[in-house]
Design a protein around this ligand. Structure first.
Ligand SMILES: Nc1ncnc2c1ncn2[C@@H]1O[C@H](COP(=O)(O)OP(=O)(O)OP(=O)(O)O)[C@@H](O)[C@H]1O
Ligand SMILES: [Mg+2]
Length: 271
């Protein structure tokens, strides 16, 4: 009996591995230590810029309990991925068409109690099911702030982890804690500085963080890649409030140009 279960479990594991290796869909997890540093804003705008690079993008709102990507994409979803995980709808029902060409949204649910489905591997099943469609080039996952177990579950799924930080000392302390955690299991972490006017400032701080990692003997094979900076601009919060994407509405603005560079660096770095 146990042998049979174990054989079935092994089959499932190898099936998952096959899916991971054969699907064209690359996973990018956007995360941060500190909250409010611009993850959701940058994720939705990166999705737009990636679609302009002819990529088919699906964005997953994985900020458990505080999902707000539906607001950024100006949608009122009837179904969220929790409905799918609870077996109340089909995968197709949660793949929401946005008004942007080649961008699909999988919405989360605000105020949801994660403990209702508190059984690990749920998110990886969702991600596997989306990848097995082999329909999208990139699955962008916007996580909540902090290093809680849900965020860690998403981080497990990929080597493409993009951390957003600001130059604020508390954000830097949190991003270093994230580096420490990621370095235990992964080979690299990509870093983007938001609310940061100068490219060189982000580059210099990245160098200091790398030095600190060396000094504290974090995994020596672990790399931190600097992806670029995004300036602080009032127009970003204004377009956000209007439920529009600054990278589309304000193409010429410095922040759009900067984010384009981050996206180009990201595409070069994707595994
Ligand atoms: N570069 C920027 N310039 C000005 N305002 C910005 C910039 N980036 C983000 N914002 C604003 O900062 C606020 C927080 O952004 P956002 O919600 O994207 O952060 P977050 O990291 O997703 O937050 P949370 O941790 O709560 O999920 C929003 O009002 C957004 O419009
Ligand atoms: Mg957010």
């Amino acid at each position: 009996m146990f042998d049979k279960i174990s054989t079935q479990a092994n089959k499932l594991v190898s099936l998952t591995k096959t899916l991971h290796s054969t699907s064209k869909t690359k996973i990018v997890v956007v995360t941060s230590g500190k909250g409010g540093v611009g993850k959701s804003t940058l994720t939705s705008n990166m999705a737009y810029l990636l679609s302009k690079e002819k990529k088919k993008v699906v964005v997953l709102d994985a900020d458990i309990g505080l999902s707000n990507l539906q607001v950024m994409f100006n949608l009122k979803p009837k179904k969220t991925f929790f409905d799918y995980l609870e077996g109340e709808c089909e995968l197709d029902d949660i793949l929401l068409t946005t008004s942007y060409h080649n961008i699909t949204l999988v919405a989360g649910k605000s105020g949801y109690q994660y403990s209702n489905i508190n059984n690990s591997m749920h998110f990886s099943r969702l991600v596997d099911d989306i990848r097995s469609l082999n329909k999208y080039d990139i699955l962008l996952i916007d996580t909540g702030a902090g290093l809680n177990e849900q965020v860690q579950e998403f981080i497990e799924l990929t080597d493409n982890i993009l951390a957003i930080t600001t130059t604020d000392p508390s954000a830097l302390t949190d991003v270093y804690a994230l580096m420490k955690m990621v370095s235990l299991k992964k080979r690299k972490l990509m870093l983007c500085f938001n609310f940061t006017a100068k490219y060189d400032v982000g580059a210099a701080i990245t160098k200091s963080l790398k030095n600190l990692a060396l000094k504290n003997k974090l995994n020596e094979k672990f790399m931190v890649q600097y992806m670029g900076n995004i300036s602080q601009m009032n127009s970003i919060s204004t377009t956000g409030r209007l439920r529009k994407l600054f990278a589309k509405e304000l193409k010429q603005d410095i922040a759009s140009v900067e984010l384009n560079l981050v996206v180009k660096n990201l595409l070069k770095s994707l595994r």
